[in-house]
Design a protein around this ligand. Structure first.
Ligand code: TXA
Ligand code: MG
Length: 320
C-alpha cells in the first residue's frame, strides 16, 4: 500500500534503502530515487514504464552541490543558476563519472536542478546523495500536481509519497543548455522565456519535439489524457459538439460555455491570471479525463508568458 504523509525521516530512510518515494516540488511531483545508485535509478524507469532513452533530472539541495556531479558551468548558465535557483529551472551540464550512465541515457550531459519546495529541499539537504526524479506519472500521462494524483496512478508501486500540498507552479521546469555557444531552451516550463532573456540575452528555443538527439524524451505526444483531447477555437468547437449531441468536456482559459453541464467544464483562471492557469492545468486535465465524456475540447492561452508553456502541454496532449 502507498501512504501519504509529511514525514521527512521516513522518506529519507526509504531513499537510503534504495527505494523510491514520491516527492513534492514547486513544479510537479517527482518519483525520486538515489541518483548515484544504478539499481534505484533502474527502478524509476520500471515503475514509470519509461523508455531508457529518456534521461532523468538530478535534484540537489543547493547550488554548491551541483559541482559534485558536473565538470564545468558555462558562465551564462551560472548566471541563470544564480537568478533562478532554487526554482523551476533545469540546466544541462557536462557530467562527472559518478553519475550513472542510466541517469543520462548514455549522454555526456546531465540535467540538474535545485527545486525550491521547502519539504523537498529539507529532504535533499539531509541526504548525502542527489535524487533522480522524473515526474511521478506513468510515461506519457498527465504530470501530478498533488500527492493524491501520485497515489491514483502509482498505488502499490511505491511505499510513500511526501505530501507537500498543491504544486505552486504546476508546469515542469524550463530546461536550458548551451549548444555551439548558443543558449538553448529545450523545454518550455515554469520560468518564462522573457525572464531568461532578461538574465542572459538572446536564446534559441528548440522546436518542442524529439527530432533533436540532444533532447531525447521531448516526444510530440505526451501529457495525454485517456480520452481524446482536441485543441482549437472553443467558440467553434463547442457549438459543433453540442449539435452532435455527444458528451464532451471543456477546458477553457477564462470562459464557461452555456449548454454544457458545469461538471463537464474546467476554467483555468476566471480572472485571466496566467500563473493561476498554469497551476490549475494538470489537475483540470485529470478531472475532465475522469468524467463520463467521450472527448475533451480545449482552447489555448494567449501565446505569451506562461501561456507558451501551457499551450505546449495542451498541443502535446492532443498529439497522438
Ligand atoms: O519540473 C521538473 O523538471 C520535474 C520535477 C519532478 O523536477 N521533472 C520532470 O522530469 O519534468 P521528466 O523526467 O518528466 O522530464 C525530464 C526531461 C526528459 O524528458 C528530457 O527531455 C530532459 O528532461 N532531459 C533530462 N536529462 C537530459 C539530458 N541529459 N540531456 C537532454 N535532455 C535531458
Ligand atoms: Mg514527465
Amino acid at each position: 500500500m502507498t501512504t501519504i504523509g509529511k514525514d521527512i525521516d521516513k522518506a529519507k530512510q526509504l531513499l537510503e534503502q534504495g527505494e523510491l518515494v514520491g516527492i513534492p516540488t514547486e513544479t510537479v511531483y517527482g518519483l525520486a530515487g538515489n541518483a548515484l545508485n544504478a539499481a534505484a535509478v533502474s527502478k524509476i524507469f520500471e515503475t514509470k514504464n519509461r523508455p531508457s532513452f529518456d534521461p532523468l533530472i538530478v535534484h540537489t539541495g543547493s547550488i554548491e552541490q551541483i559541482s559534485e556531479y558536473t565538470t564545468t558551468m558555462p558562465s551564462e548558465l551560472e548566471a541563470l543558476a544564480k537568478a533562478f535557483w532554487p526554482g523551476p529551472l533545469t540546466l544541462l551540464l557536462p557530467k562527472k563519472n559518478i553519475v550513472p550512465d542510466l541517469v543520462t541515457s548514455g549522454l555526456d550531459q546531465v540535467a540538474v536542478r535545485v527545486p525550491s519546495h521547502p519539504l523537498t529541499r529539507e529532504l535533499l539537504l539531509s541526504l548525502d546523495f542527489p535524487l533522480a526524479a522524473p515526474s511521478a506519472n506513468p510515461f506519457g500521462y498527465i504530470s501530478p500536481t498533488c500527492a493524491s494524483h501520485v497515489v491514483d496512478q502509482l498505488e502499490g508501486k511505491i511505499d510513500y509519497v511526501l505530501d507537500g500540498g498543491n504544486c505552486q507552479v504546476g508546469l515542469e521546469s524550463t530546461i536550458v543548455g548551451v549548444e555551439e555557444g548558443q543558449i538553448t531552451i529545450y523545454r518550455l516550463g515554469g520560468i518564462e522565456v522573457a525572464d531568461i532573456k532578461k538574465a542572459v540575452g538572446n536564446v534559441l528555443i528548440l522546436p518542442q519535439s524529439s527530432s533533436n538527439p540532444k533532447s531525447p524524451g521531448m516526444l510530440k505526444s505526451h501529457y495525454a489524457p485517456r480520452i481524446p483531447f482536441i485543441v482549437g477555437d472553443l467558440e467553434q468547437l463547442v457549438p459543433h459538439y453540442l449539435e452532435k449531441n455527444e458528451r464532451f468536456g471543456v477546458l477553457s482559459f477564462t470562459k464557461t460555455f452555456e449548454g454544457v453541464p458545469a461538471e463537464h467544464q474546467r476554467v483555468l483562471s476566471a480572472a485571466g491570471d496566467f500563473k493561476e492557469a498554469a497551476q490549475q492545468l494538470f489537475a483540470a486535465m485529470r478531472y475532465l479525463d475522469k468524467q463520463d465524456v467521450s472527448v475533451i475540447l480545449s482552447g489555448e492561452m494567449p501565446e505569451r508568458g506562461l501561456g507558451k508553456a501551457v499551450n505546449d502541454r495542451l498541443r502535446r496532449a492532443a498529439a497522438r
